[in-house]
Design a protein around this ligand. Structure first.
Ligand SMILES: [Zn+2]
Length: 158
């Protein structure tokens, strides 16, 4: 998997067991979305080794296009810390954030975002760097598992 340091030139590699185990937690939430017939994306926010926010996609149930996993995890985490900034926090999300969620993450000034599968259609990366300059982006953690959930969801739809 790759780590992009936007403040530094080039990319370096990082592969931590910590990231993998937190991504498994996010995948559990994606599975909940799947079971609720929602696009299966899950997210958690971690601060100092503790999960302080969780979310999974609920756009259908809530009739709300903003009810993405990341948005809910941000809201929960902000409630937990009692402030709008999520400095020293990491967002784990099973699929690459869209432009809305990347934009929301900008306002939180979150330290790190770790995502699993890339989203070539709706991922924000094709629109340029929408993340906060201080946010470190790590991609490809358990990408296959994360992506397989999405694929099987849409396979069942056809
Ligand atoms: Zn989103």
């Amino acid at each position: 998997m790759r780590v992009y340091h936007f403040e530094e030139s080039g990319a370096e590699f990082n592969d931590t067991d910590v990231d993998v185990s937190y991504m498994r937690e996010a995948i559990k939430l994606a599975q909940k979305a799947f079971d609720a017939d929602e696009v299966p994306i899950g997210a958690i926010v971690v601060s100092q080794g503790k999960i302080i926010g969780k979310g999974y996609n609920l756009t259908e149930r809530l009739h709300d296009v903003t009810a993405h996993a990341e948005m809910q995890a941000f809201t929960a985490a902000s409630n937990f810390v009692g402030g709008k900034y999520l400095k020293d926090c990491t967002l784990y999300v099973t699929v690459e954030p869209c432009v809305m969620c990347a934009g929301a993450s900008y306002w939180t000034q979150i330290s790190r975002i770790v995502y699993g599968a890339s989203d070539e259609k709706r991922g924000s990366s094709k629109y340029g760097k929408l993340y906060h300059p201080k946010t470190e982006i790590v991609s490809g953690v358990l990408a296959e598992e994360c992506g397989d959930l999405i694929k099987s969801f849409f396979r069942n739809k056809r």
